[in-house]
Design a protein around this ligand. Sequence first.
Ligand code: COA
Ligand code: AMP
Length: 630
Amino acid sequence: MGYAEVYQRSLVDPEAFWAEAAQHIDWSKPWDKVLGSDDGGGAQWFVGAEGNTCWNALDRHVAAGRGAQIALIFDSPITGTKRTYTYAELTDHVARVAGMLASFGVTKGDRVLIYMPVIPEAVMCMLACARIGAIHSVVFGGFAGPELAARIKDATPKLLVAASCGLEPTRTVPYMPEVEAALDLAPGIVEACIVFQRPQAEATLKPGRDHDWNDCMARAVAAPCAAVGSNDPLYILYTSGTTGAPKGIVRPSGGHMVALLWAIRNVYNAQPGEVFWACSDIGWAVGHSFAVYGPLLNGNTTVFFEGKPIGTPDAGAFWRMIAEYKVSTFFVAPTAVRAIKREDPDGVLLKRHDLAHLKAFFVAGERCDPPTAQWLESMFPCPIVDHWWQTESGWPMASNPLGLERFPIKHGSVTKPVPGWDIQALDGDGYQVAAGETGAIVAKLPLPPGAATTLWNAPQRYTDAYLTRYPGHYLTGDAGFIDADGYLSVMTRTDDVINVAGHRLATGAIEEVVAAYPAIAECAVVGLNDELKGQVPLGLLVLKAGVTHPQAQVIADVVQHVRACMGAVVAFKTAVVVARLPKTRSGKVLRGTIAKIANGEAYAQPATIEDPAALSEVAAALSAAGIAPR
Ligand code: COA
Ligand code: AMP
């Protein structure tokens, strides 16, 4: 069956479509109803069904004779480590990690916060939570203590599992000082910490609170898989909203299994037994869906890489991995490709490796600029697929669906909406725009299985953020167009979210942190185009009256403050001091216009501007700082 027919079936009769897909999952209790709804009207899939994600990702493959196949490859060029785990070995480890968590009193529905780098123990911990029905919340290691604290306050985890450190190419990042800072800011919630000691920087454990992973594991007894309700949360993953408070995306257990298994076969065309490598940290949605759960649900071998596209040791690291492990499907953010292309434009390192096993090269996380796509096409004979999704969706919303049909590629487009996703571009009044015209990209309800239909502790915020602007539709926050052939191009965000090296950040959240610095009266943060990272944050700082420190010193201090409060990954390194911010007469900062000036784009002076001179002052300050063209 071709794409068009499958797509139509998924929209015309979603219940029949997804009920059929759900047959490929083991359920311990069948559903009473394929599709229901929650109090807010959000889709609830497979109502009444019970199953277990860990069972479907591990145990059932062992039971079916896949026990000797490698489930997980870990390769760390930073430490010179290579390890593999078969499905049987990973199942045994995970069952014991689950027993370890249970020995701390963690039961179904309890939250466990995981603050670890990309190491096998982190993956085991995620799967162990799934096994006992606990809800994991992984926090990316590049976030600092106060960000960790915000997540602890919201998720209220009983247990925190951390590694003693993460490893960046040029430095060791101790994690426990960030944990200490977080627990000071969010006291009385976490009952215990389990710490996985890495020899590169062992942590000093606090007696009574901290427990050594290896000691606990030595005592741990394997735990069985619990029956988990289809709409019980599997995990909470925090992502940027428009304010400082991160949004806790809640992933429903049952629909997630069904959707990922369907997608890995029909979008990625991955066959069981093949090696599937989504190169992403487990702190992001890609890491959750297509480094951990998707490939394991499908019986693939998944790959974890503790390294970077360049510098570990060189721009050939990915190609060495693909050749060495005979990777069939590779997935990475375009920013990583840009970094490699910059260092090895002619692909000298690439051509040293046998990459014949690679069937497809997927990119997502940000728009893939046509030069990057063209460079990949000149290097690889396999399809280069730009596809689009977000933390909320949990799986692709638009792609070239290689498992169904392979469409000709149009650069700058993410090809077609994936079955299950009724994607439309709407104008301000809620009407579909004409082919080729830009509109707000929405998905018509009901959302398919796996998509988040609520936010942890904040169902109303979900409704307000996603469902209110266009009733009956989910607002993606992206804008773009659908052309006459049905190809979707995702061009930009419609809110104050920026994309830094494939990471989604809210400028509002950075502004809150900058504004809290004592010397700052007010500030604006906008996205500055960056050749490597896509965008980086740019700060405009208005100093308090009486601040006499040199401006360069204040900027350096604010940069350090943001790094300490939010983490290095925010990459806030550029700021200028201005006398005032350009605003509308009602006091709204003209961020869009500031961004245009900073990026050297044409801009019109908004009719609502309070004082036009403020815009010229900003343009002059940016120009003097060498940011905007003169
Ligand atoms: N723990 C602690 N610090 C971290 C970290 C982690 N897990 N990950 C990144 N950082 C730090 C980096 O060391 C860097 O610090 P610095 O300011 O001292 O140099 C900072 O955060 C920014 O990191 P990064 O975004 O990785 O930038 P980079 O300049 O080191 O590398 C790229 C640039 C393009 C190579 C890199 O961004 C990359 O590989 N991106 C891929 C992104 C990706 O996979 N996204 C997945 C989403 S689909
Ligand atoms: P995140 O939730 O961090 O995965 O970020 C999701 C956002 O990244 C989307 O809403 C888009 O703005 C952007 N994005 C992801 N993939 C693409 C893509 N292929 N093309 C354009 N934008 C993308």
